[in-house]
Structure formats: C-alpha cells, structure tokens
Design a protein around this ligand. Sequence first.
Ligand SMILES: Nc1ncnc2c1ncn2[C@@H]1O[C@H](COP(=O)(O)OP(=O)(O)OP(=O)(O)O)[C@@H](O)[C@H]1O
Length: 240
Amino acid sequence: MSVRISLDRVDKAFTNRRTGERQQIFRDFSLTLAPDELVAVVGGSGTGKTTLMHLIAGLERPDAGTVSTGGGRPRLGMVFQQPRLLDWTSVETNVRLAATAAGVDTAEVAPILDAVGLTDYARSYPSVLSGGQRQRVAVARAFVVRPEVLLLDEPFSALDELTARRLRLLLQQLWLRTPRTGLLVTHNALEAAFLADRVVVLGGRPAEVVGEYRIDRPRPRSPEDPDLFDVHRRIVAALT
Ligand SMILES: Nc1ncnc2c1ncn2[C@@H]1O[C@H](COP(=O)(O)OP(=O)(O)OP(=O)(O)O)[C@@H](O)[C@H]1O
C-alpha cells in the first residue's frame, strides 16, 4: 500500500530540561509527503528534523494539529545513525527477529541479506563486522519488514565517505525495487539531492520551510551527476 503522510498545522513544543524554558519547535507547520515520495529534510542543528520524524513515527504527539499516515498505522522501517543491532546474536537472527516482530514471512530474510551483500556473514555476530557492514544489517532489518513508510535519520553520517557512498547506492537500488513513502533526515545536502524526490530545508524557530527543491533526475542516478551538484549548491545556499 502506498501511504500519504500529512502534517497539518502542527504545533510542538518542548521544555528545556536545563533552563525550564519552553521551546516552540513547530508552530502551524504543514508538510505533505505524496505516496511513494522520498523527501529529504536538511537544516541546522536543533531545527526539529528528528522531531518531525518522531511525529511521523508516532513517537511524539503534536500539541495541536494532526499527523496522518494514510488512515491506519503503516508498517515502518527505520534506520538510525547507529545500527542499534543485537550484539548477542547473529546477523541473520537480527534481521529475522525484525521480520517476525512485524509479522512478515521469514523467507524474506535470505533475499534481503543477499541484496545488501551479507549472505556470507549471515552467521556472524555484529562485533566482527565493519561499521559499513553493520549499517547494511540495519538497512536489511528496515527493508525486511516490507515497510510502507521508511524513516532514515542520518543513516550514513557515522560512516567514512566511501562507505557512505556505497550505502547510498545500495539504498537507491532497494528503493528502485520497491518505492515507498520515505523521510530522510541528513546534514549532507549532496546525499539529499542524490536520494530524494524533493529536498526540504528547515530553518528558524519555530521551524519553517526555507527552501524546497524538487529533484527530477531519473533513477538510477549517478553520484557524479553534475545536475545534482547544482541542486546541492542551491541547498547549501538556502542553509547558509
Ligand atoms: N524529548 C525532548 N525533550 C526536550 N527537548 C527536546 C526533546 N526532543 C527534542 N528536543 C529539543 O528540540 C529541539 C529540536 O530537536 P531535534 O532533535 O528535532 O533537532 P534536529 O534538527 O534533529 O537536530 P540535529 O541536527 O542536531 O540532530 C532541540 O533543541 C532539542 O533539544
């Protein structure tokens, strides 16, 4: 099922634990993600990108306004900056447990491990894997549940550039196989331009959309595409 995500006139505030001050992160904030659209959100530190993701995931509730994810509770696949694997068990079991928890056939596990290039490591424990391999397990775990919504919170920012680049290409490949509605939070404007259908730049407090770029380049895209560098420059200009 393709899911439309809508935030409609959302307010969200937090109380700063140190100062006791109220921080209004969003006021009257609206954003829609079309079915199967991958939207990247970039913006300065503390603008509310992760909060936006938490609102969509249902981990935070808006103070006012509505967050709708297509009527029901869509199946979520999430990838974070750190892989957050279970260290006491194998790669295969890490992915299988995610499938079981989501009620998905565990026959999906082997193909997804193959797709992320980890078949030979299925029985290995996370501790023997490189950082890039661990993040591949996290990507497999997110995709094995056949997510209707994919939430990616700085998924590659802890990796060295070459590894990150490989994983971006992998993500593009998996996305092309089965597009789904997704939100990518990143500090990397080039990553945003490479992966997304649309890049939203958040700024200010309360946060506002200070720039929006539709990326019409056909997929599969090349990380060397000069048009993407062009968009990247414009995003960086909006950020600064
Ligand atoms: N549960 C919470 N309780 C109190 N304050 C919070 C909570 N969650 C977020 N905040 C505050 O809300 C603001 C926005 O946080 P958020 O993590 O959404 O920003 P961000 O844009 O993702 O930042 P970064 O790029 O640094 O990760 C920050 O000032 C943060 O301290």
